[in-house]
Design a protein around this ligand. Structure first.
Ligand code: FES
Length: 156
């Protein structure tokens, strides 16, 4: 076990963990943030997407020891607090609600994390940009058409 100091949703926290512990389990089991979901555990589905220093990453494939000491981690809970900038976070959340995107909802925190990262990098994405960027986020309910609509609506 080693002690790590992390910045999670703008709060500094200390966590004792084995170096190889994936950030997914650090967040869920040690920090108590359950919004980040376990889907495949293999980097294939996107349910576990979080932001580290502004980049969308797969937390199931990111051991705690690979983070830099002062890395800024933002989770879906941070999006609901508007930590990126309330405008983009809340605009994306509201678009998700208005377009009634979720069906079962399980993958949607990962979808929203990817959508926020996409819109920060590309504020006015085309259908192709959206499909390419979001391709790593799988939705078993097939909400892709509504996801695309919500991203366009958030981009306006
Ligand atoms: Fe991490 Fe599927 S749980 S990509």
């Amino acid at each position: 076990m080693k002690t790590y100091t992390l910045s999670v949703n703008n709060k500094t926290i200390k966590v004792e963990a084995e170096p190889e512990t994936p950030m997914l389990w650090v967040l869920r089991d040690y920090v108590g943030l359950k919004g980040t979901k376990f889907g495949c555990g293999m980097g294939l589905c996107g349910a576990c997407t979080i932001h580290v220093d502004g980049q969308a990453i797969r937390s199931c494939q990111t051991p705690i020891s690979t983070l830099k000491a002062n890395s800024k981690i933002i989770t879906i809970e941070g999006v609901s607090e508007g930590l990126h900038a309330a405008k983009i976070d809340h605009v994306v959340q509201n678009a998700w609600i208005e377009e009634q995107v979720p069906q079962c909802g399980y993958c949607q925190s990962g979808q929203i994390m990817s959508a926020v990262a996409l819109l920060k990098a590309n504020p006015n994405p085309s259908d192709e940009d959206i499909d390419t960027y979001m391709a790593g986020n799988i939705c078993r309910c097939g909400t892709y058409v509504r996801i695309r609509k919500a991203i366009h609506s958030a981009a306006k």
